[in-house]
Design a protein around this ligand. Structure first.
Ligand code: ATP
Length: 446
C-alpha cells in the first residue's frame, strides 16, 4: 500500500476511526468497522448529505427501503444478467484481477508491477456476477434465492408511486436514500475505497424528459459543489464523462466525479441521466403502471430519472485523505513532526476539547461545567490525562479545531487553534460567543 495510505490506515486504527472487521480472528478481507470517531465522522457526512438533499429542497423526500427485495426486481433492473465484471486470473501467481482495471492493479507477487509486467500470462476474461445470494426461509432451493441489494436505487424506483401519492408530490420531485449495499468485488482494496459491504447515498430525481438535461447539468454542478463545501480541495476533484463504450445502453449521459487519491484519480460519485429505463422496466416486470399525468396538459408519461450516487465510505475516505497533514514544528527546542487532520470544523468529529490543567485540581469541576455547556451546543470532548502537549497531539490527530485549557487564572481560559497553533486568552463568559464567531468565519456556523 502507498505510504500515505498506510499512514492514514494506521492513524484510523490508533485513534478509533476505522478498524479491520473481525480483527481478533485475523480479519475479514474487504470489510471494515467504524470505531467511535469514524462513526461520528461518517454520521456527519450522512447528515450533511441528507440535509443538502431534503432540507435544501422541499421536493426531495427521504426513504429507507429494505435490503432484501423481491428477486424479480434484480431481473427488471438488469442486475441478474448484466451486473458482472470481467474476471481474469494470472496463470503464474494465481492472483485475480478485473480485466477492465488492470492499470490500477498490482501483480500478486511483485506489487510494484502491474499484472503481466512480471511476465505472467492472464486467462481469457470470464463474467462474474457481483451480487451476493442467500436464501429466504428454511428451504435452500432455487425458489428461495434472494439477493443482498448491490445498490439502494431500486428500492427508490419501486416506491416511486407510493412516495408521490402519499406525500402529494408532482413531477419534478426526488427521493433520497442512504443505506448498505453489497457487492462481491473481484479485487476489493485500498482500505474503505472498495469493499464488499459499503454504504451508498443515492438520490433519484424524477423529471419530464423535456427538462431532463437541464436538471442533469444542475445536479452535476450541485454535487461537485457539495464535495467542495465539505472541505475537499477543488484541484483534487474533476469530472470524467462516460464515453460511448462506458455508457449504459439506456443512459443518455453520465459523469463520474473523481478525486485524486494517493493511488490515482478514482470515482467517488456518479451523476447519471438514466432516461425512463428504470420505471419502464418495473412497469414491464411488475405489470403495474408507473406513468403520471401532467396536471396542465393532461399528458400521461413515464418520468426520466437523474441519479446522483455517492459512496458514503469513499466520501469519508476523501475527507480523511484531504485533511491529513504532516508538519515540522519545534517544541521545547526539539524538531518534531506533528500529524494533524485539518477537517473543516463542520465535519470534525469534535468541535472542541476541554482540558483541565491538572487532573485532580479544583479547576476540573470548572472545566467540567465548561465542557457540559459547550457540549450542549457542539459535539465536544473532555481530556484530563497526560501533559498538555500530549493532549494537543491527540486533538490534532483527530482533527478537533479548538482546545480549551482551563487553568488557575480565574475568569479566563486558553483557546488553542488546531491549524495555526495560535493560543488566545478568552474570558469564561465570552467563550461561546468567541467560538461561534470563529466557526462563522470558517463557514461552519450560520
Ligand atoms: P467502480 O467503477 O469504482 O466499481 P461503480 O461505477 O460500480 O464504481 P456505482 O455503481 O456508480 O459505482 O456506485 C455509486 C458509488 O458507490 C460509487 O461512486 C462509489 O462511491 C460507491 N461504491 C461502489 N462500489 C463500491 C465499493 N465496492 N466499495 C465502496 N464504495 C463503492
Amino acid at each position: 500500500m502507498n505510504d500515505l495510505m498506510s499512514k492514514i490506515v494506521s492513524l484510523c486504527k490508533r485513534r478509533g476511526f476505522i478498524f479491520q472487521s473481525s480483527e481478533i480472528y485475523g480479519g475479514l478481507n474487504s470489510c471494515y468497522d467504524y470505531g467511535p470517531l469514524g462513526t461520528i465522522l461518517k454520521n456527519s457526512v450522512k447528515s450533511h448529505w441528507m440535509n443538502a438533499m431534503t432540507r435544501e429542497h422541499t421536493n426531495i423526500l427521504p426513504l429507507d427501503s429494505s435490503i432484501l427485495m423481491h428477486p424479480k426486481i434484480w431481473e427488471a433492473s438488469g442486475h441478474v444478467s448484466n451486473f458482472s465484471d470481467p474476471l481474469v486470473d494470472c496463470k503464474t501467481c494465481k492472483a485475480r484481477f478485473r480485466a477492465d482495471k488492470l492499470e490500477s492493479s498490482a501483480c500478486g507477487q511483485k506489487p510494484s508491477k502491474k499484472p503481466t509486467e512480471c511476465g505472467g500470462e492472464l486467462t481469457e476474461p470470464r463474467q462474474f456476477n457481483l451480487m451476493f445470494k442467500t436464501f429466504m426461509g428454511p428451504l435452500e432451493d432455487s425458489s428461495a434465492v434472494i439477493f443482498l441489494r448491490p445498490e439502494t436505487a431500486q428500492g427508490i424506483y419501486v416506491n416511486f408511486l407510493n412516495v408521490m401519492t402519499s406525500c402529494r408530490q408532482q413531477i419534478p420531485f426526488g427521493i433520497a436514500q442512504i443505506g448498505k449495499a453489497f457487492r462481491n468485488e473481484i479485487t476489493p482494496g485500498n482500505f474503505v475505497f472498495r469493499m464488499r459491504e459499503f454504504e451508498q447515498m443515492e438520490m433519484q430525481y424524477f423529471v419530464h424528459e423535456s427538462h431532463s438535461f437541464e436538471e442533469f447539468e444542475r445536479w452535476k454542478q450541485a454535487r461537485i459543489d457539495w464535495h467542495i463545501g465539505m472541505g475537499l480541495r477543488k484541484e483534487r476533484l474533476r469530472f470524467h464523462q462516460h464515453g460511448p463504450k462506458e455508457l449504459a445502453h439506456y443512459a443518455k449521459a453520465a459523469f463520474d466525479i473523481e478525486y485524486e487519491f494517493p493511488f490515482g484519480w478514482q470515482e467517488i460519485e456518479g451523476v447519471h441521466h438514466r432516461s425512463d429505463f428504470d420505471l419502464k422496466q418495473h412497469e414491464k416486470f411488475a405489470g403495474k403502471k408507473l406513468s403520471v399525468r401532467d396536471p396542465v396538459s393532461n399528458e400521461a408519461f413515464v418520468p426520466n430519472v437523474i441519479e446522483t450516487s455517492v459512496g458514503c465510505d469513499r466520501a469519508t475516505l476523501t475527507l480523511l485523505i484531504d485533511a491529513y497533514h504532516e508538519e515540522k514544528i519545534v517544541e521545547e527546542g526539539k524538531e518534531e513532526t506533528r500529524v494533524v487532520l485539518k477537517f473543516s470544523p463542520k465535519i470534525a468529529p469534535f468541535t472542541a476539547s476541554v482540558f483541565p490543567l491538572m487532573k485532580k485540581d479544583p479547576m476540573s469541576s470548572k472545566a467540567e461545567a465548561i465542557f457540559k455547556e459547550l457540549n450542549r451546543i457542539w459535539p465536544c470532548d473532555f481530556d484530563a490525562s497526560g501533559s498538555i502537549g500530549k493532549r494537543y497531539r491527540r486533538v490534532d490527530e483527530i482533527g478537533t479545531p479548538f482546545a480549551v485549557t482551563v487553568d488557575y487564572e480565574s475568569d479566563s481560559v486558553t483557546v488553542r487553534h488546531r491549524d495555526s497553533m495560535k493560543q488566545e486568552r478568552v474570558s469564561d463568559s465570552g467563550l461561546i460567543a468567541y467560538l461561534k464567531n470563529e466557526l462563522k468565519n470558517a463557514g461552519a456556523e450560520e
